[in-house]
Design a protein around this ligand. Structure first.
Ligand SMILES: [Zn+2]
Length: 150
């Protein structure tokens, strides 16, 4: 069986999480998820947090057009040399001419951008609403959950 990850990120991509708070969240996840490991990853700038092999579609959040090819070029154009993103500004979409950032696109399964992520490897417990609420309370902000498989 291939590895399976549950990645948790702040809903706001630019949010920086204080180290002791980040550890508190990790401890909570370690205690409740029965995972092989729980790691905190922090970056200087925004990293793309992907869903791996679950990624099937990238579409416009407004008109639903497929943006897979456009997305690849847009990611290359915006990423720095280290593969991180200093910012992800809204830009005009090629389909309907409306504006959205790379974070606003409709990724199926969901993906996101973040400076801090918690990576839970092969959890045996399913992440439930009450887990999410507890993590959000520890962090004082909303989170996004990304399911990923290699
Ligand atoms: Zn569109």
């Amino acid at each position: 069986m291939s590895d399976y990850y549950v990645k948790i990120i702040p809903d706001d991509p630019y949010c920086r999480v204080n180290t002791s708070v980040a550890k508190r969240v990790r401890d909570y996840l370690e205690e409740h998820m029965e995972a092989m490991s729980v790691e905190i990853e922090t970056q200087e700038a925004l990293a793309f947090v992907d869903c791996g092999a679950y990624l099937q579609e990238i579409a416009c959040p407004f008109c639903g057009s497929d943006l897979w090819d456009w997305w690849g070029a847009a990611m290359d154009a915006e990423a720095g040399e280290n593969g991180l993103f200093a910012k992800i500004d809204e830009k005009m979409l090629p389909c309907c001419g409306r504006r959205a950032s790379l974070n606003d696109l409709r990724y199926d399964y969901p993906c996101g951008f973040a400076c801090t992520e918690w990576i839970v490897l092969n959890p045996r417990v399913q992440l439930e609403q009450h887990h999410i609420e507890t993590v959000e309370r520890l962090l004082g902000m909303h989170i996004k959950v990304i399911y990923s498989r290699i």
